[in-house]
Design a protein around this ligand. Structure first.
Ligand code: MOS
Length: 737
């Protein structure tokens, strides 16, 4: 099915099941421990061996020699895989560094060996006996130092990528503007820090490889495994039924999958590999640090006349940039504009997508800048944003937004949050030892649509089964896909079985870029439309006239139970949802207003969040309960980005020092205050027949800036370098009286 005009007569619009707050259908499996994650497959595999990954101890250089003999003789050891004995290996489309390094080393903790043994402990003990002699090379590890040598960015994964844009005369308009801001902001390297580590089990049957692995994008992963091993994709099966968080860190195949496959081939046994927590930050990908210069010019009435945003980030040779300027092209009006993206070569571990790549760090900077500009103009920051709203893509005014209710998010949020009680003058509100402040920021994230396929079956019991290689990374995919099929086929949710995460199923959109919910359910919609036709035909109805409700198909006064339609055999349909050029005609984006109230300890500089509110406009909300969970999780991630999360770079040796959850500080329950989430009532007819968009990334976009702005309002101290730790506040706090 091709989606190129808004659907009329759309069964989804009944909203009997879609749009209702619905418990997760996979919830009981998870809470009782029955759901088997990648590393936990017991039924499918007998007699597995265990692999332990050895990571490089240098960031750049060569392995001169490896002494493996002691490890080979250690108890239980079955095989040791290195680049020297693994045979020829290719590189996946989505990997920048090779997944098994040697003799050249590209980054710290790059995998250089896998030890396979009878038990995990034996593999780990033997790995510690490997001696590696390195020839250390010189590397670049400091973004600030490499900034001036940075080139115009290119993106290896996107043909349409534009590093720079320019409209009108930015420099002229900025120079002429009566009110100006020119400020530079820093965001640090961040780690996905998902709960479940990267983990895989590999089993070979002749030429055929089966990988149980924790991966967001089954079809990308399947292709990259085949390409790396030099085998055909038909001989690779990926299975990923449950995933304990991804945040973009599992968009791409990592070394656990490749090394499990190589280890299993060498040991002639199934092999399990999980990355130990301390290996994850440097071995896998991370969100790259940015330096962002923002210049805004405005007239005294508050109208923006010039908007300029430049961003610098770094990556390994052949890598891509952090697109931190993305939202600035679309968020506010202003006739004269420029954006620029620069990319430095750094020899730190590989940078790549993390939840809302681009917008999340971009808004961390832009939305402080907007707050600073509002203050210069003596305008309320809510009003300043509303004043500079645009209903069209400001770089391409012929393209309207399909739907844009940012102003409504800001207005209704301000009312709900009690924004009118905010004291505009910073540092003036006290509650005992706490300085209290309120902050606001706009949230923005583009809505992407992806081709997605599904298969649906109706069996003689009247059960509808959906199969697609879509993944559920903790987001609720199982449930919204079940809701979609139930709505389409007119059956209760408990009559639907959802099977996901297997490359034997039709290729879905996968989980990434907050496209998963809308795109994968649209694929299920397409397959269900076909199944409805097949059922109607089977019972002799005209498909156009048939209605599906209460487990029956009915037309022209006749009604047949679905089970009866399938009594002579299962009825099956498969289809793929593809998209025409609606995304060219309309700019599709999601919007939010984030509000935060903080307290800053006047003596210690410690910041505590007191309450948070997000108002989101993101198309139809398929399952308000799961969507709310996505947003409060994202708001929590925004607390971490604002206050504590930073991969600390050792700029001499080139690695992230705090590579475990003791040193990399994500928010815990005690850090998270009252959170409220409101979804505006929307349905975007242009996004897909589902009329939905995404919220999983939107929920993070803008949160950290709202907190930073609240800290400024509390203290009068403007910190432009995240995370806002107490050392950056302490010396500048007002003297205690
Ligand atoms: Mo997302 S960073 O595309 O998983």
């Amino acid at each position: 099915m091709k989606f190129d005009t808004p659907a009329t007569k759309n069964p989804i619009d009944q909203l009997k099941i879609i749009g209702k707050p619905t418990d997760r259908i996979d919830g009981p499996l998870k809470t009782t421990g029955i759901a088997a994650y990648a590393y936990e497959q017991r039924d499918a595999i007998s007699n597995p061996a265990y692999g332990y990954v050895v990571g490089s101890g240098i960031a750049k250089g060569r392995i001169a020699s490896m002494e493996l003999d002691a490890a080979k003789r250690a108890p239980g050891v079955l095989a040791i895989v290195t680049a020297a004995n693994a045979g020829p290996l290719g590189k996946g489309n989505f990997n920048v560094a090779t997944l098994l390094g040697g003799p050249d080393v590209e980054h710290y903790h790059q995998a250089i060996a896998l030890v396979v043994a009878e038990t995990f402990e034996q593999a780990r003990a033997a790995a510690s006996l490997i001696r590696v002699n390195y020839e250390r090379g010189r590397g670049a590890f400091d973004l600030a130092k490499s900034k001036d040598s940075a080139g115009v960015a290119t993106d290896p994964n996107s043909k349409d990528y534009q590093a720079d844009t320019a409209v009108g005369d930015f420099s002229g308009a900025f120079a002429a503007a009566p009110v100006q801001l020119d400020a530079t902001y820093h965001t640090p390297d961040q780690s996905h820090a998902m709960m479940e580590p990267h983990a895989s089990i590999a089993a070979w049957e002749g030429e055929r490889l089966t990988l149980w692995t924790s991966n967001q994008m089954i079809n990308w992963g399947r292709g990259d495994v085949a390409k790396t091993l030099g085998i055909s994709t038909e001989n690779v099966r990926l299975i990923s039924p449950y995933i304990g968080g991804g945040f973009g860190g599992k968009l791409f195949v990592r070394c656990d999958a490749l090394l499990a496959a190589l280890g299993a081939r060498a040991a002639k046994r199934p092999v399990k590999v999980a990355l130990p927590r301390p290996l994850m930050a440097n071995n896998t990908t991370h969100r790259p640090a940015t330096i962002q210069r923002i210049r805004i010019g405005a007239n005294r009435d508050g109208k923006i006349t010039a908007m300029g945003h430049e961003s610098w980030s770094g990556d390994l040779p052949g890598g891509g940039p952090e697109n931190a300027i993305q939202q600035t092209r679309l968020l506010y009006a202003g006739a004269n504009r420029m954006t620029a993206t620069r990319l430095a070569v750094l020899d730190l571990p590989e940078g790549n997508a993390m939840r809302a790549p681009g917008e999340a760090p971009g808004l961390m900077a832009l939305e402080i800048a907007i707050d600073e500009m509002a203050e210069k103009l003596n305008l309320d920051p809510v009003e300043f944003r509303i004043l500079n709203d645009t209903q069209v893509d400001p770089e391409h005014p012929e393209r309207p937004f399909s739907q844009r209710q940012l102003n409504e998010c800001l207005r209704s949020g301000a009312k709900r949050f009690g924004w009118s009680k905010r004291n505009r003058e910073p540092g003036k509100v006290r509650d005992g030892r706490w300085l209290i402040g309120m902050g606001v920021a706009a949230g923005f994230r583009n809505n992407l649509v992806m081709k997605s396929a599904a298969r649906v079956r109706l069996d003689p019991r009247g059960i509808v089964t959906v199969e697609t290689d879509m993944t559920d990374i903790g987001t609720g995919s199982y449930t919204i896909i079940g809701q979609t099929a139930a709505e389409m086929m007119g059956v209760p949710l408990d009559r639907v079985v959802v099977r996901l995460g297997d490359s034997d199923f039709p290729v879905s959109a996968g989980s990434g870029g907050q496209w998963g919910a809308n795109s994968s359910t649209a694929g299920v919609y397409a397959a269900c439309m076909k199944l409805r036709q097949a059922i109607a035909q089977k019972v002799g109805f005209n498909a156009e006239d048939a209605t599906f409700a209460d487990g029956r198909v009915s037309a022209s006064g006749r009604s047949v139970p679905l089970a009866q339609a399938a009594e002579t055999g299962e009825i099956m349909a498969e289809d793929v949802m593809e998209y025409g050029d609606l995304t060219k005609k309309f700019q599709q984006s999601t919007f939010a207003a984030h509000f935060a109230e903080v307290g800053v300890d006047i003596a210690t500089g410690e910041s505590r969040i007191r309450r948070m509110l997000a108002v989101c406009a993101a198309g139809r909300i398929l399952n308000p309960k799961a969507a709310r969970s996505q947003v409060i999780g994202a708001m929590t991630m925004g607390i971490g980005a604002a206050l504590s999360e930073e991969l600390a770079v050792d700029k001499r040796l080139g690695f992230f020092v705090n590579h475990d959850l003791a040193g990399y500080e994500v928010p815990v329950h005690a850090d998270v205050p009252h959170q409220e989430v409101i979804f505006l009532d929307e349905a975007d007819a242009v996004s897909s027949p589902m009329k939905a968009k995404g919220v999983g990334e939107l929920g993070l976009c803008g949160v950290s800036a709202a907190i930073a702005n609240a800290i400024y309002n509390a203290t009068g101290v403007r910190v432009r370098e995240y995370p806002i730790t107490l050392d950056k506040l302490l010396a500048k706090l007002p003297v205690m009286v």
